[in-house]
Design a protein around this ligand. Sequence first.
Ligand code: PLP
Length: 373
Amino acid sequence: MRVPLALPDIGPEEIEAVVSVLKGHTLSMGPQVQEFENRVAAFIGTKHAVAVNSGTSGLHLLVRALGIGDDDEVITPSWSFVASSNVLLYERAVPVFVDIDPETYCLDLDQVRAAIGPKTKAILSVDAFGHPAPLQELRELAGEFGLRIIEDSCEALGAEYDGIKAGSGRFADGAVFAFYPNKQITTGEGGMIVTDREEIASLCWSLRNQGRSEDELWLTHERLGYNYRLDELSAALGCVQMGRLEEFLGLREGVAQAYATRLSRINGLGIPKVSPRVRMSWFVYVIRLNPEIDRDAVIRYLIDRGIGCRPYFTPIHLQPYYRERFGYRGGELPQTEAAGRSTIAIPFHNRLSAEEIEYVAGNLEAAMAGCGD
Ligand SMILES: *Cc1c(COP(=O)(O)O)cnc(C)c1O
């Protein structure tokens, strides 16, 4: 049996939507992008949404739009996909990595508070694996110290904290969702900035489109911009997928429950924990092995049996580029590094069957029996 790590859920409606864009000849800057933006803004409850061609582009534009630049310090987790700190380096800002709460894998509030200094300009928090960061508390902390908040919600479309959607303007100055094929919904490549702040939205709108001015003078470029536009085919796909989001979240919740029931019978293996204040939007299913178990041997065992899995994440500060540029050697962030040594993302998508779950779990059990000290 082969069980992929992730699988997009594309049905006949998606195919029809993309084909009809092709037949209509408007392949960029048309009604689909606008409709997709409207749908995401309505779902999250923000005043504005700006579609872009990746989650990374969206985060980059928010960093620029918030005026974060040379030598500004931004507090952020190392426990993330590399893009969330790369966007700071694009603007010559300095990522100040802080450790995570090992239960939720999100920013540890005490560590955040301790890291705030005179050069701190913002907090870039990450809703890891679809579990929101402590958004309410981060908002309060940011208020106390006059900091901006960027929420990397690329893994958490549909998640909630205290009944409020991750990405809401109640928490962050701006947030970003991403639509790569392994995310909750996909547009192939794509992302979405959401914000309640008019001036941020209009700056992002201009920056994604070569710095053009808002008065539609097509050849006037007011600022240094980019081509970060989303095309109409991708947006059409996104519109259909948004209509199915609640269905998807329900299916994913079901798979997560089935895994939890089955995997909690395995000794030496920890399943994901969800804070009672949170509605999880399951992105990946990440298990944690006791430290005495040879995690990499377990991964090899599973891959040899056709089971897609990988260590997830490798902490950003330990990536070769960051080690070389900033001199990290390991030992700086104990919780993050311990997680980096002991976690595995196992197959997870809407349609994972009971039989596949049993196949993954059975093989995990066998692998762990053979991979202890
Ligand atoms: C997916 C993801 C992104 C953005 O990825 P893109 O491939 O650029 O869309 C950013 N941050 C996190 C934490 C992610 O998981």
